[in-house]
Design a protein around this ligand. Structure first.
Ligand code: BGC
Length: 738
């Protein structure tokens, strides 16, 4: 094993204790930087210009294959020519966080069939596992599946924070919390880059809604930005050292993200110290000058008005308006990304991933990230005897929802059991489909409970569903909501009249359990009538297996909400979705991220509001107690405590440590957590050390973090509001960089 880079070692000892062996496919950061310097110096300008943009294989505008892309390059998101004489590989880039996608099913596998891959569950389900080891395994699996197809750049790593409950892409991301998002993102990067595939983190930054995103200006206080979204990137960068980052579509404080010098150059490169390269999102570049502002690669160059990073940028350089040194810097950064990830150490399709193991990982994540929101004791059901179980709605007879729409939507290994087109044209139509994967709840529960008589009703007519519910012993209501890239959610309701249907059925039979397959929280006006509610998110290719296992008690649920479940949209900082009332791109719109760094649970703590279910919340079938809580101060907070499984079955808990009050202000911050699996009666002592930035405020003028001297109130909680133990520690007042 090669030596770990310094930042990685630091990250592994701080905050959350997970320290598995890392194998590195690429060079150490120091060696990668040196090699990048040497190789760049030997390039011609044509070679340099070749590296700083990527092309779509199929030109979206003309809908035909771009002739500049060699015939042996399969359909993918972006291709960049390498420099063979210097050993610089072509870059073959594929989406995305939830698997290796095949948009439009245009790519064929070796045997001629449509190329499919492992479909991982929604990011929010992954986030709700609080399981760093699983995130790393996902990263490895994504890398292996990319590599099998000859792709050496994986465009996963979506870690945007959930600032707005309307955001159609919330399901793709891990969490509303910068620390949780950062460490999970970092782990995925470590996993992917251990396979020699370059990973990334995206989308820089504040990309928290789809509505009018091409003409949206997101406004935020720069210091609050560093304490929130940029802190997630910083933690992920330091922990995982990704070769690349992707900048977002919208403006930040008046400048488009991909041409924003404050964001790209001042904050990310100089402030945080990112050494790799920043590529644009596809269709996010409006001028060649973006190169001077800090953008290193134009992506999907045919999608923009011009291939800016070719002739127009050469022209700027010829006119003396763009320096050669910056061109060299762009290229060195791209080369650094290649060498640090090992993307140059292989070529062409490589390896045969263990798809059975990847499928088992998907199922494990579904078991660990599914959140039991409510249970009055009805769950787990004892799966014996001849009971009549009515499963109502959500195509529970055919499968569970695979994922949300857009660039992350997978063509899953094992196929789908049902698909509906939801609109869009051409290639886009393939990304807006309701896709179901077997087994559905009917089949999966049937397997766990063979004696039961399971009757499905589509829920099209409430009267029919009610009649069935009346004669059933147990009712399972199966709610679904499709969410996706390209559009936002108008409100927190379930579509297609499901809320009204649920209300009627729940009134008809109180022995009812609700399953929700949604990408993010919904309002649940009927919730008081349900005996149990299970938040399934999107289970990827796991189908309904984990759900049936949780319902029948084979699996003890342990998911914890990685996003606050607000009681209503009025509680959130953004009750009104900006820009949804106009035709996209017809006018500018502005959203004021007035909450600053106080997102989700932090916002509710600051404004004194109570959510429906707090961040970090989730039930299980056993109980845990915490004891011996000790906390110390000084330069940072260190805590230790004992967790005991006081129930009578094995289970997992996720104790969480928060800063609750800093001198002079109530300021809640997740400082650390640990997922602990315990047998009945078993105890474990957990020790955590906080990343000092979580205790500090950022000063944008000095570029330094400041911890205020004095008493800090630290709590150990089951979640963000259920506080079990507390301590007051004294921290040294100090300022520090990075
Ligand atoms: C998405 C990115 C994705 C890119 C390339 C964009 O629409 O925002 O997340 O990586 O497309 O397909």
């Amino acid at each position: 094993m090669k030596t770990l880079p310094k930042p990685l070692i630091l990250a592994l000892v701080a905050g959350t204790a997970f320290c598995a062996t890392v194998s590195r496919a690429g060079l150490s950061p120091v060696a990668a930087e040196a090699k990048a310097r040497q190789v760049e110096a030997r390039m011609t300008d044509d070679e340099r210009f070749g590296l700083i943009r990527n092309l779509m294989v199929v030109n979206f505008r003309t809908r035909s294959r771009d002739e500049r892309v060699p015939a042996d390059v399969p359909q993918l998101a972006g291709w960049t020519p390498g420099v063979p004489r210097l050993g610089v590989p072509d870059l073959l880039m594929t989406d995305a966080s939830l698997g290796v996608t095949n948009p439009g099913n245009g790519r064929r596998a070796a045997d001629g069939s449509v190329d499919s891959g492992t479909a991982f569950p929604a990011g929010l389900l992954m986030g709700s596992t609080f399981n760093l080891e699983a995130a790393r395994k996902v990263g490895v699996a994504l890398g292996e599946e990319a590599k099998q197809r000859g792709f050496n750049v994986h465009l996963g790593g979506g870690i945007n924070l959930m600032r707005d409950v309307h955001n159609g892409r919330n399901f793709e991301y891990f969490s509303e919390d910068p620390y949780l998002s950062g460490v999970l993102g970092g782990e995925v990067v470590i996993g992917t880059q251990s396979t020699g595939v370059m990973a990334m983190l995206k989308h820089l930054s504040l990309y928290a809604q789809e509505s009018n995103k091409f003409r949206l200006d997101t406004r935020i206080d720069p210091a609050a930005h560093r304490e929130s979204d940029l802190l997630a990137f910083q933690i992920g960068i330091e922990r995982g050292n990704p070769g690349s980052l992707m900048c977002a579509y919208q403006k930040i404080n008046g400048e488009f993200a991909c041409g924003n010098a404050k964001l790209l150059d001042t904050d990310i490169k100089k402030g945080i110290g990112f050494k790799g390269f920043i590529m644009s999102d596809w269709r996010a570049v409006y001028a060649a000058e973006y190169a001077a502002a800090g953008l290193d690669m134009q992506s999907g160059a045919q999608l923009d008005e011009k291939e800016w990073f070719d002739a127009p940028l050469r022209q700027l350089m010829a006119e003396g308006k763009f320096t050669h040194e910056r061109l060299s810097d762009m290229v060195r950064r791209i080369l650094y990304g290649i060498y640090v990830s090992g993307a140059d150490t292989w070529k062409g399709p490589q390896g045969t991933p263990d798809l059975a193991a990847h499928g088992a990982l998907v199922l494990d994540i579904a078991r660990q990230g599914t959140v039991l929101l409510k249970n009055d004791g009805i769950l787990p059901l004892a799966p014996s005897g001849k009971k009549v179980i009515a499963v109502i709605g959500g195509w529970g007879n055919v499968g569970t929802l695979l994922g949300g729409g857009g660039s992350s939507l997978m063509t899953p290994t094992g196929g789908t059991s049902l698909e509906f087109p939801l609109g869009g044209e051409g290639l886009l139509a393939s990304l807006y489909r309701l896709k179901f994967v077997a087994p559905g709840p009917v089949e999966a529960i049937g397997k766990e409970w063979p004696e039961a008589e399971i009757i499905y009703n589509a829920g099209l007519f409430p009267a029919q569903a009610v009649a069935l519910a009346r004669r059933a012993d147990i009712v399972i209501l199966n709610g679904i909501r499709f969410e996706g890239e390209g559009y936002d959610l108008p409100d927190m309701s379930l579509p297609w009249g499901q809320d009204a249907l649920f209300d009627e059925v729940l009134s008809a039979n109180p022995n009812s359990i609700v399953i929700l397959q949604t990408g993010s929280p919904v309002a649940m006006p009927w919730r008081h009538k349900a005996r149990a509610i299970i938040q399934a998110w999107y289970q990827g290719q796991a189908g309904g297996t984990a759900l049936a296992e949780i319902i029948t008690g084979k699996v003890n649920p342990s998911g914890r909400l990685a996003m606050t479940w607000y009681a209503s949209v009025e509680q959130t900082p953004h009750p009104v979705l900006v820009g949804s009332d106009i035709a996209p791109e017809s006018a500018d719109s502005v959203v004021d991220y007035r909450e600053g760094a106080e997102i989700g649970y932090r916002w509710l703590a600051k404004t004194g509001q109570t959510p429906l279910y707090p961040f970090g919340y989730g039930l299980g079938y056993t109980s845990f107690s915490y004891s011996d809580f000790k906390a110390s101060g000084g330069d940072t907070v260190k805590v230790s405590f004992k967790v005991t499984n006081t129930g009578n079955r094995a289970g997992a808990d996720v104790p969480q440590v928060y800063l609750y009050e800093a001198p002079g202000e109530k300021r809640q911050r997740l400082l650390g957590f640990e997922r602990v699996e315990l047998q009945p009666g078993e105890s474990r002592t957990v020790t955590l050390e906080a990343d000092p930035r979580l205790l500090a405020r950022f000063n944008d003028a000095t570029g330094r973090w400041q911890i205020i001297k004095g008493s800090h109130y630290i709590v150990l909680g089951k979640n963000a509001t259920d506080l079990q133990a507390s301590a007051t520690v004294t921290l040294n007042g100090r300022a520090f960089g990075r």
